[in-house]
Design a protein around this ligand. Structure first.
Ligand SMILES: [Zn+2]
Length: 233
């Protein structure tokens, strides 16, 4: 099986994190969650010694986007390390801007890096599609453990975290008004990127994201030409 670089797209609540995590657990992909990776880097012990990381940390902690050139450089460096270790990679929360994907100002974007590392035919974009009303509904039900950060699946009735029994909370970025704003940003930015990716000859497959995560996962596996799971009857 050829190693793959997979980029998951989809509106907030489409299940990008869940599908990436399933690929990581069942098929050994490295799950690259842009937000989490950046958080880990800027909060790593010793990071305060670097003026660059201090600046990125201030931006990150205030909810702003980190410096795009720094972000791009960091993601490219880490992608090279992952590919060098012989692993497939799945991105769940990177690739948000045209600059990140296609580059500019004399810098190559992530797409070119991934094509160089994995080969064009092994770079796949999977678009998880859910209607806006589902996006708003799912996110308003999404709860996160205040202790371990585990996300509860939408619709779960458990008041406590299933992993550590910690109290759960709704994230402020998941309130309906914020979701509507995030949806607008998603459509304004992601749709043109997807169109441009297709023009560059990158394979983009749409998978319906409305059913249960394990069923969506079968669709993702099919899109990636990976063997389907044998489910117990
Ligand atoms: Zn927990």
């Amino acid at each position: 099986m050829h190693k793959q670089a997979v980029i998951l797209y989809g509106p907030p609540g489409a299940g990008k994190g869940t599908q990436a995590e399933l690929l990581a657990r069942r098929y050994g992909f490295v799950h690259f969650d842009g937000g989490r990776v950046i958080e880990a880097i800027v909060h790593a012990p010793g990071a305060e010694k670097s003026s660059v990381l201090r600046r990125q940390r201030a931006l990150f902690d205030s909810g702003k986007m980190c410096d795009p050139e720094w972000f791009l450089g960091t993601v490219k460096e880490m992608s090279a390390r992952i590919a060098g270790s012989g692993s497939s990679v799945v991105f769940s929360g990177a690739f948000r801007t045209d600059f990140e994907v296609f580059g500019g100002n004399g810098r190559k974007g992530l797409l070119e890096t991934l094509i160089k590392l994995y080969g064009k035919k092994n770079v796949h974009v999977v678009m998880l599609s859910i209607p806006p009303k589902d996006s708003i509904h799912r996110n308003s039900l999404r709860k996160v453990c205040t202790v371990c950060g585990l996300q509860q699946l939408p619709g779960s009735k458990h008041p406590r975290c299933l992993f550590c029994d910690g109290p759960m909370r709704v994230r402020s970025l998941d309130s309906p008004s914020v979701i509507k704003e995030r949806l607008k940003v998603y459509h304004a930015k992601a749709v043109p990127i997807l169109t441009k990716l297709k023009r560059h000859g990158v394979r983009v497959v749409t998978v319906r994201g409305t059913s249960a995560p394990y069923k969506v996962f079968q669709g993702v596996l099919k899109a990636l030409k990976l063997p389907p799971l044998q489910l117990k009857k």
